[in-house]
Design a protein around this ligand. Structure first.
Ligand code: NDP
Length: 321
């Protein structure tokens, strides 16, 4: 099969197209022929070595495709079924071993590019909004990188709940996309970002800041939330936040800071299917519009990473095998 391999950590050019033997499904696993593969920012953390992994490895965790074989003990999935997933290491490949436990049936009406890229970012937006800080109708929240994969989905889901959303973006094109997703106010990253957020909230600050940008925005997030507000630091697109003195949370307003990750919010099959079901239902009824901003041939995974890290992408991006 064709796949992408990383033999050493580094920049996008360590993503190298390779030929590998076709894998076989182990017990409880499906073997899926991919139709499209989701590219996520976390894939860059593994590639650079920010997150640990053994070398060499096939990157990626998300995709969609058709089941071509099933391993021992697989009960509810059959050859020919269409599934998506976002927890299968080695997804940048034509054939992927997916644990049945993490495979989600996807209706035929969802195009492959969307089916490949909606789960990881969609369920992240879902758990941030439903479980980390369940924003209430009428409250205002701050969403950084409002035109990114998670940002566009999070904004739409929040607005659908009656939440007012302020976003940050880096360009006019991204501002237009963020407004289309429902953002009431769109700001640029700047030194006086928190002051602007306070002006837009009558001096009070936002109920929560959902921050996937990290190093560049964390201080502004802290200064933007109201008394007893929450900062959900869920990523590090601009780099990891340096060590932080917890005492600062006290004078800043008895704040809550959390560093959540999807796997802890999809702890069992029931929770996974709840979040995936809500996201797919929103897609099906049109209340969620998924923007696939770019698709690349699998062999050009390096270009996809360079564009993602270079802030040249909007919405989700996919690889086509
Ligand atoms: P995005 O599509 O949002 O891409 C990242 C965006 O971050 C860029 O487009 C850019 O938007 C913004 N950004 C700001 N500063 C930088 C910088 N210095 N370098 C690069 N980008 C920057 O990616 P995803 O939707 O895949 O992920 C968004 C974040 O969410 C990531 O941090 C990711 O790790 C995190 N995440 C966390 C999960 C979790 O469970 N904890 C799960 C899924 C994602 P702009 O140009 O407008 O600033």
């Amino acid at each position: 099969m064709h796949a992408i391999e990383v033999a050493q950590h580094g920049g996008p050019d360590v993503l190298v197209p390779v030929e590998r033997p076709d894998p076989s499904p182990g017990p409880g696993e499906l073997l899926v022929r991919t139709d499209a593969i989701g590219v996520n920012f976390i894939d860059t953390y593994f590639r650079t070595g920010l997150y640990g992994t053994e070398l060499p490895y096939i990157p990626g965790s998300e995709g969609t495709g058709t089941v071509v074989a099933v391993g021992e003990g697989v009960r509810d999935t059959a050859v020919g079924d269409r599934v998506s997933w976002c927890e299968a290491p080695g997804s940048y490949a034509e054939l992927v071993r997916v644990r049945e436990q993490v495979a989600v049936p996807v209706p035929d009406s969802v195009p492959a590019e969307q089916a490949a890229s909606v789960l990881l970012q969609g369920m992240t937006a879902h758990y941030l909004l439903e479980s980390v800080y369940p924003a209430q109708p009428g409250e205002t929240v701050l969403v950084h990188a409002g035109a990114g994969g998670v940002g566009l989905i999070l904004t739409q889901l929040a607005v659908a709940k009656g939440v007012r959303v302020i976003t940050t973006v880096s360009s006019d094109e991204k501002e237009a996309l963020s407004r289309e997703a429902g953002a009431a106010e769109v700001l640029r990253y700047s030194d006086d970002l928190a002051e602007k957020v306070r002006e837009l909230t009558g001096g009070e600050g936002v109920a929560a800041a959902y921050d996937g940008v990290g190093a560049a925005t964390f201080e502004a997030s802290l200064a933007s939330v109201r008394v007893r507000g929450t900062i959900a630091l869920f990523g590090a697109a601009s780099g990891p936040v340096p060590p932080f003195d917890l005492q600062r949370l006290n004078p800043a307003g008895s704040l809550f800071v959390t560093r959540p990750t999807l796997v802890h919010y999809t702890r069992d099959r029931e929770e996974l299917l709840w979040r995936a079901g809500d996201v797919l239902a929103a897609l099906a009824d049109g209340s969620l519009k998924l923007r696939v901003g770019a698709s690349y041939p699998l062999a050009e995974a390096a270009r996809a990473h360079a564009d993602l890290e270079g802030r040249r992408t909007t919405g989700s991006i996919v690889l086509i095998p």
